[in-house]
Design a protein around this ligand. Structure first.
Ligand SMILES: *[C@@H]1O[C@H](CO)[C@@H](O)[C@H](O)[C@H]1NC(C)=O
Ligand SMILES: *[C@@H]1O[C@H](CO)[C@@H](O)[C@H](O)[C@H]1NC(C)=O
Ligand SMILES: *[C@@H]1O[C@H](CO)[C@@H](O)[C@H](O)[C@H]1NC(C)=O
Ligand SMILES: *[C@@H]1O[C@H](CO)[C@@H](O)[C@H](O)[C@H]1NC(C)=O
Ligand SMILES: *[C@@H]1O[C@H](CO)[C@@H](O)[C@H](O)[C@H]1NC(C)=O
Length: 498
């Protein structure tokens, strides 16, 4: 969402002391790992990303299946930064992991502790598992959401750092054993909203970086334990969202720079197909070639194939692109204008439903939403492909609340409802909480089946078996299940083309 309305409503209180940006305290040991983040990078492969306050010549991670013996080590030479950042982003890849196995790992530093993760399930593993969709999250505390912001609510139930009153991050922590990974398609830290806090006005450049550091530290207890699969939203694009002013942003705060620096080397491209079908293998190889992480890519996990799309750039009338409706002047990132859509077509065509019956697509801007924030160009570009290849569920955010839609195509509900529809089911899970607050559910539309904007919430997706996917919305502060539905799909065709 654009914060323009909020900027206009800011009181002009020159009397507020203009303080400096609220950077976290630098650890004395500059090799201390911060902002840890895991990602699934390929079959049996996990990347571990983290930042440090100095460049590392050789980032390394020790790991193993026993806490007492971290007998494996992986290293890289990947330690990069960008203008305006105080930190370096480091990445190490752990490959040849045993599937669905608990691994312990320790980032090598003179000041680090061990953590653990579950290695990815092999494509085709039909065991049930749960994931979360958490979108439009944002920093908490002095530069983010606080309980005294006008009528917009925030909830308490602190867990990770009680002083910050996390609600969604707190719930993600208390339920950490219930889910195996997180999808976060866009609007991640809200660093560009530094402008909403007066104390940042004299130093927006540092305000942006300070929020980035704070947010990814707040997230680290979650993203250092669970693969955190990210794709871009409008808040990742430039230093602030006032349309057509991105030219004023300093180098380092334009064109998705932090997003690329942080996630570009951790997210996957697309998996090689494990189908016995030759054309599926060819299509998957095409998808691998056209993928462009962290903007658009795919991965497979157990009985699901996930595709992350970029609703910001790289399709006709993409909103964040030069000339686009958001005025953010970012991208494009493909080497040809059709690269993303060609990727999506090849990737979806490659999915062998006997291996991964479920197909989920996640992106930032929805085209089904109550209220007014729908992305017409996104619908035009993506919806025909989602329908054609029988995508089961599409997950979006951008609108700051929770919404569920009937399986739909071209604005019309599929007459089959949740019982083996041909059209994708759609959800908006953008109510995770951020400085801009919740958006009212607005005007209903005929395809909507649930809408909620009273408290922060997010979605859980439970892959129960090859034919049943349970979608629930959870209230962040108390764990209450707000809405629960089960999508039934027969999945009786090896390749869906309709
Ligand atoms: C070591 O790491 C901890 C936790 O990240 C941090 O609080 C502490 O300041 C670090 N110590 C030094 C000497 O940098
Ligand atoms: C957290 O909540 C308490 C009250 O529950 C409040 O006093 C405090 O200011 C809040 N902290 C932040 C950073 O919002
Ligand atoms: C953003 O970066 C991409 C990739 O480097 C580049 O192709 C594109 O032109 C850049 N966009 C702008 C507006 O600078
Ligand atoms: C959706 O609308 C497009 C454009 O009018 C049309 O080509 C397509 O056949 C429609 N799809 C379905 C499933 O009705
Ligand atoms: C929106 O309208 C549809 C029918 O048009 C109805 O089924 C649904 O319950 C409504 N949604 C809400 C949140 O009231």
């Amino acid at each position: 969402m654009a914060p323009l309305a909020m900027i206009k409503s800011l009181p002009f209180l020159a009397a507020y002391a203009a303080a400096a940006a609220t950077y976290p305290v630098k650890p004395a040991d500059l090799t201390t790992p911060v902002q840890q983040r895991l990602a699934i990078n390929g079959p049996n492969t996990v990347t571990i990303g983290w930042n440090t306050y100095q460049q590392l010549t050789q980032p390394c991670v020790q790991y193993g299946t026993s806490a007492a013996a971290l007998d494996l080590q992986a290293c890289s030479s990947s330690s990069v930064t960008y203008p305006t950042s105080r930190t370096w982003s480091n990445v190490v890849t752990l490959s040849n992991l045993k599937p669905a196995t608990k691994y312990y790992y320790k980032i090598v530093s003179t000041n680090s502790t061990a953590d653990h993760f579950l290695s990815p399930r092999t494509a085709g593993d039909k065991s049930p598992f749960q994931i979360n969709a958490v979108i439009d999250l944002g920093v908490y505390g002095k530069d983010g959401y606080t309980i005294d912001m006008d009528k917009r609510k925030r909830d308490e139930i602190p867990f990770v750092d009680p002083a910050l009153n996390h609600s969604t991050i707190g719930r993600l922590a208390t339920t950490i054993n219930d889910y195996e990974l997180i999808l976060h398609p866009g609007d991640i830290g809200y660093a560009d909203d530094w402008i909403l806090k007066l104390h940042n006005w004299l130093d927006g450049k540092d305000g942006y970086q300070a929020i980035t550091e704070q947010f990814f530290s707040q997230l680290a207890p979650i993203s250092g334990r669970k693969p955190y699969m990210a794709s871009p939203g409008n808040h990742e694009a430039v230093c602030q969202e006032i349309p057509l002013t991105s030219g004023l942003c300093p180098d380092g705060q334009k064109n998705f720079t932090d997003f690329i620096n942080r996630f570009g080397r951790t997210m996957p491209t697309a998996f090689a197909s494990t189908s016995s079908d030759t054309s599926a293998k060819v299509a998957a190889n095409t998808a691998r070639r056209l993928a462009n992480p962290p903007f658009w890519y795919s991965f497979e996990y157990g009985m699901a194939h996930f595709v992350m799309i970029d609703t910001e750039t790289d399709f006709p009338q993409a909103p964040d692109q030069p000339g686009g409706s958001a005025g953010l002047d970012a991208g494009p990132f493909g080497t040809s204008p059709n690269q993303q859509l060609d990727f999506l077509a090849a990737d979806l065509a490659s999915v062998d439903r006997t291996v991964t019956p479920w197909v989920v697509v996640a992106g930032h801007r929805p085209w089904y939403s109550t209220g007014t924030s729908t992305c017409g160009p996104c619908q035009k570009a993506f919806e025909p492909l989602l329908y054609k290849y029988g995508v089961d569920l599409a997950v979006f955010g951008h609108v700051h609340n929770s919404q569920r839609f009937a399986p739909s195509v071209n604005g019309t509900a599929d007459p089959a409802g949740l019982q083996n529809p041909k059209a994708p089911m759609y959800i908006v899970a953008g109510g995770a909480g951020n400085i801009e607050g919740l958006s009212s559910v607005g005007k209903n539309v005929s395809t909507n089946r649930f809408a909620y904007a009273d408290e922060f919430s997010y979605a859980t997706l439970s892959f129960l078996d090859e034919q049943r996917l349970k979608v629930e919305f959870v209230r962040s502060d108390n764990g209450q299940v707000l809405d629960s539905s089960v999508l039934f799909k027969k999945h009786d065709q090896q390749f869906v083309v309709q």
